[in-house]
Design a protein around this ligand. Structure first.
Ligand code: ADP
Ligand code: MG
Length: 246
């Protein structure tokens, strides 16, 4: 029995603009994201990392090809169905945390469910909060929390609906290395203990070393991949790619 696929792309192309001014941001991506795996996307600035994530998450329309989340071909969904799929089956963690400043940590964590008119399973809520180490911070507002704590709140918010897949765009980009390691450790535990599927864009070889698989993008194509990465191997591949060896 093979690994289940949480999301996939077939012949994915994304072109911005028209004619001579057009840019092929994604130039033929065929990819399976395994369920319950932690995948990193790396590559130089402008290589298409954010575009790939946005197409996988249904935030950006594709120019050609197919994107599936589970069994659903999201390129065939109308806006309303796509909005519902994003709400129910996809979680996001952003570099800038994106918490609501006037809400407490707990209110932020429960906001996506509240918008959907749902309540969390109490046991699941308690498990996530204790795992993430926020039990005594639930009444604090974002301004009363450190950057690392705010990002852990954002991770808890993403996990709360048990999404099919969580997308994290440079989640440690605004954090010092200690807070970054805490957030990465929590994402890792979410995969190992909760069977969560996570896709993370990162520039950082240390962050990538927490994942199961690293995809390297260049010029809108997947040019390399690495399973069971460690920091040194990731750095070697990054260096090779920056020297044009691919
Ligand atoms: P990365 O996240 O790896 O830095 P992006 O996915 O943001 O790369 O961008 C890939 C390419 O697509 C780049 O050449 C970028 O300039 C171009 N691009 C991205 N978004 C837009 C847009 N909204 N309009 C025009 N070009 C874009
Ligand atoms: Mg980007």
């Amino acid at each position: 029995m093979g690994t289940q696929v949480a999301a996939s792309t077939h012949g994915l192309h994304k072109t911005y603009g028209r004619g001579e001014a057009s840019v092929a941001a994604l130039d033929g991506i065929d990819l399976d994201i395994g369920a319950g795996q932690f995948t990193a996307i790396m590559g130089p600035s402008g290589s298409g990392k954010s575009t790939l994530m946005h197409c996988l998450a249904g935030l950006d329309e594709v120019s050609a090809g197919r994107v599936h989340v589970g069994d659903t071909d999201i390129t065939r969904l109308k806006e309303k169905a796509l909005t519902k799929l994003r709400r129910d089956r996809i979680g996001f963690v952003f570099q800038a945390f994106n918490l609501i400043p006037t809400l407490t940590a707990k209110e932020n964590i429960l906001l996506p469910l509240a918008i959907a008119g749902q309540e969390p399973e109490p046991e699941w809520f308690d498990l996530v909060i204790s795992t993430i180490g926020l039990t005594d911070r639930l009444k604090h507002r974002p301004s009363e929390l450190s950057g690392g704590q705010q990002q852990r709140v954002a991770c808890a918010r993403a996990l709360m609906s048990k999404p099919s897949i969580i997308f994290a765009d440079e989640p440690t980009g605004n954090l010092d290395s200690t807070s970054g390691a805490e957030v990465l450790g929590f994402l890792r535990r979410s995969v190992d203990e909760f069977d969560q599927t996570i896709v993370m864009v990162t520039h950082d070889a240390v962050a990538a070393a927490h994942t199961d698989r690293v995809l390297f993008l260049a010029d809108g194509k997947i040019v390399d991949e690495l399973w069971g990465p460690d920091r040194e191997t990731v750095l070697e591949r990054m260096l090779a790619l920056s020297n044009g060896v691919h």
